[in-house]
Ligand binder design. Sequence first.
Ligand code: NAP
Ligand code: ZN
Length: 351
Amino acid sequence: METTTVKAFGTKAADQPLETININRRELQVHDVEMEILYCGICHSDLHQIKNDFGMTAYPIVPGHEIVGRVTRVGSHVKNFNVGDLSAVGCIVDSCQECESCHEGLEQFCNQFPTFSFNSPDKYLGGVTYGGFSETYVCEDKYVLHVPKSLDLAAAAPLLCAGITVYSPLRHWNVGPGKKVGILGIGGLGHLAIKIAKAMGAEVTVFTTSQSKVEDAKRLGAHNAVLSTDAAQMSQYTGKLNFIIDTVSAKHDINSYLNLLKHDGTVVLVGLPPEPLEVGAFNVVMGRKSFSGSNIGGIAETQEMLDFCAEHHITADIELIKVQDVNEAFKRLEKGDVKYRFVIDMASLKE
Ligand code: NAP
Ligand code: ZN
């Protein structure tokens, strides 16, 4: 297949910095959309993958799956997008489209495993897919989203992963008025969970290890904020919450959060600590509690989330950086030193 060579930012090994590399994008297929990438968010999953935390990274790796851009070319069968349209791509760029999960709009659970926007087997070119730290993206129109015009483009980029990852479980577990929701960890995912859960009408309590974020939580929309390292503050919430979203990226004690649930409550894990978490039997048996998980969201639900965020004026709080500063940004993300999402201005890739 013919390809187009484009500039990207990636790394050849876990211990090497990201730098400019060239990658190939496939020749436009009849259903494909090509976009010029304008902004790309930096998710903690990019960091896990660069470091090979899950033992499945193929190098060189070009991360990036919170992609916002503008359509530059469309294949002859594309009806839904025109050249010049705002467009976006998140985590999923292909799936079998035949299995039960795909038919239900749950492409993230495709029985044949979805193709992710980076570090996933590339059905067209062989090797692996390369993500949004690059000049362009090419994929089938089914996996491309429309960005509502009212959203700030750079601040909307994190919605494509962080936004949908918290929106989907909030919807699935029917969070709304009268529900008391806890959010663990105020990072990229957590700060959007506060805004979205509040817009859904829930009472939001955040649990953070950072004193400075306790102070910032109300500005983000939380009703209550708890320093999770303070046992006295934690004990005030024992048995008080209906639902908790856990966005913590490293190993932590899940049982102390199961204790905060009312009977029949659920903790849903969206964070991906590389090590297993231990659930004590009594922490779920007493009170018929559930410990569950959730992975991003399907394509239709991602569009629904973008429209919901436009309606409620929700975008991420971002620090806009140049691609040349991405290595420093990853070091800061690892230390939890970002309020609350880095987004790369991809115009800097031309410098
Ligand atoms: P992030 O911006 O780094 O936020 C994670 C937050 O977790 C930190 O800001 C910190 O919040 C808290 N934290 C970190 N280490 C901790 C520790 N050792 N103990 C307690 N709290 C700790 O990361 P993110 O981009 O939001 O991603 C969060 C996790 O979700 C990552 O593991 C990522 O890979 C995963 N993820 C999963 C999905 C999915 O579909 N399931 C999608 C995207 C991301 P405080 O300072 O407030 O304590
Ligand atoms: Zn992500």
